[in-house]
Design a protein around this ligand. Sequence first.
Ligand code: SAH
Ligand code: SF4
Length: 357
Amino acid sequence: MRFFCILLMHKVESSPMHTTQLDLRGMSRDSLLACCAAAGVKPVHAEHLTAAIFRRGHSDIATIPEIPHRLRDHLLAHTFIQSPTIAADQQSTDGTRKLLLKMGDGKAVETVLIPAEGRLTQCVSTQVGCAMGCRFCLTATAGLNRHLTAGEMVAEVMVGQQISDHRVRNLVLMGMGEPLHNYAAVAEFVRIASDPKGMAFSPNRITLSTSGIVPKIYAMAEDQLPCNLAVSLNATSDAVRDQIMPINRKYPLAELMRAVRDYIAARGNKRVLIEYVLLAGVNDSLDDAKRLAALMDGVGCTVNLLPFNPYPGSRFARPDEADVEAFHTILADQRIVVVVRRSRGRDISAACGQLIE
Ligand code: SAH
Ligand code: SF4
């Protein structure tokens, strides 16, 4: 508990770059409207900006078309556009592609592009590192370096789209970082990504995954954040969850499940995705499966089982296929909607929990 609190209380830098300027790619429609007002031009130009920056991916303020000189001068003086560089680009035998993106201050994050049937899903990072300390996760080993800004998350998606032949259709906030530990920036990113006049991702195709920061699950419900919620449950008892996910000592299972039920009620029966990493001999017994089925009973969740992706130095093991199948069968027999997720990109360490700078 103490370890966890120290990590959270540690002051985290936001982007140290351009301290007096705003990143245009991190500005939602309301902020662009405020910009237009400050420049003394009509509000309609906020729409032109949204289309140019977020729909067409313009990255040079000097050449944005259809905007008055006064607005351009204002933008050049007060804003910038964040463009990360690709420091590494790896392609898996299954088509999954992992990019290492270097931000303006030299900090790097990974983003993963996963193709399926001509469509792409992009796995987006929300922080450089992560403070949550989950024992099975490689990202946790480096701790938290800093939060990403909304503009940096938008930039991740822009780069992913630019280098891809197909349109990025789904966004999953399942890369490096705990999205709800960086709530304000992540919420702004989700609003920008789902703006129909801009990046135009359907809210149903954006999924935010959390280790379970309960108050922010309530914030998501209150803000009606336009995305889906996924919760990494990963254990069926506090004793085990305390051991593998330190966040559980602050927000134990019963509180977390209550937040999931309240979220579903507040969002009008929107289903929540429950992720469950299967760790051999830790949380993959048949009793665990029965307890998980009981926890899910009548809640309105879909369960994704993720057999552990090992990495050098990890002290956990991936269960045998037969054990995964037996676990799956118990849930399916209880009429729980359950899928075993076969990780993509394992040969380039692009699978869940294998991301690190
Ligand atoms: N921080 C968020 C999102 C990023 S992690 C969260 O924890 O939900 C995305 C998913 O990968 C989580 O469900 C997490 O439990 C899972 N994961 C982490 N390490 C893993 C590993 N080594 N093998 C399989 N899944 C892993
Ligand atoms: Fe952070 Fe998620 Fe990894 Fe836990 S599983 S350390 S919350 S990235």
